[in-house]
Design a protein around this ligand. Sequence first.
Ligand code: CA
Length: 259
Amino acid sequence: MKAVVLITLVFVLVLVCCGLKIGDRTDNIIAERPELTEIVELQDNFSDGTLNPQLWQITREGDFKESTIDVYDANPTENADYRLRLRANTIGTKDDTVKFHGVRSVEKVNFSDEKEISFDLGWNNQSNGCYLTASLYLCPTATNGNPRNEKDWLKFEYAGVPPGRNARCVIATKSGGKVKYLYTEGWPEQKSGRHITNQRIKIILDNKSLKIIENGTEIYGTQSHGLEFTSAYLYLQMSSHSNYLAREIYFDNVVISPK
Ligand SMILES: [Ca+2]
């Protein structure tokens, strides 16, 4: 009888141990799952040296003397530093229009669930950045022209301020054709702007909230951005007024990933 009890006890003990092991393993699998589903939706560091047509479509509006959109090695030494280059020369062009060009993502970004969009923006030490802008638009409609003309968007932008060495940041939305400025660095009262160089920008957003981080510092946040769309094309843009010698800006390390 004692032997039967002993065997039963050992059997129960073995079952409990196996159960714990299976339990541990299940916990591990659950714990690992977020990493497995963390798919980077778009990533381009332009290191191929050419613009990938599967990722990007060129956009353009207005007349230019020169409009160059290419991938450029910004490092004069043998260590290549390929970036997306937007270069505009507007000497002798119509002075009643602003010229826009850049690229648009071929695929849409869905931010129903929180996404992080990060990129580097090189302002390229402009000696005269007047009427020059470098922007990112998130816009639910696709155009090969100018996203600014579309009815809905979110914009993050640097705009050159006179006399031209400084810039200021603008964050704005457009809903049903109506533009709302969320952040202007005190413009128009404050007109001095600030020195910018290579800016590392992170935009974290979902269907309600928006946070913008510039070089590691949060510069804007809201729990209610008011956008009426939850998926959008990503546009990287440059604009210039007429009669400016060639100016160029750079974008690099574009990454869109779940937060
Ligand atoms: Ca690069």
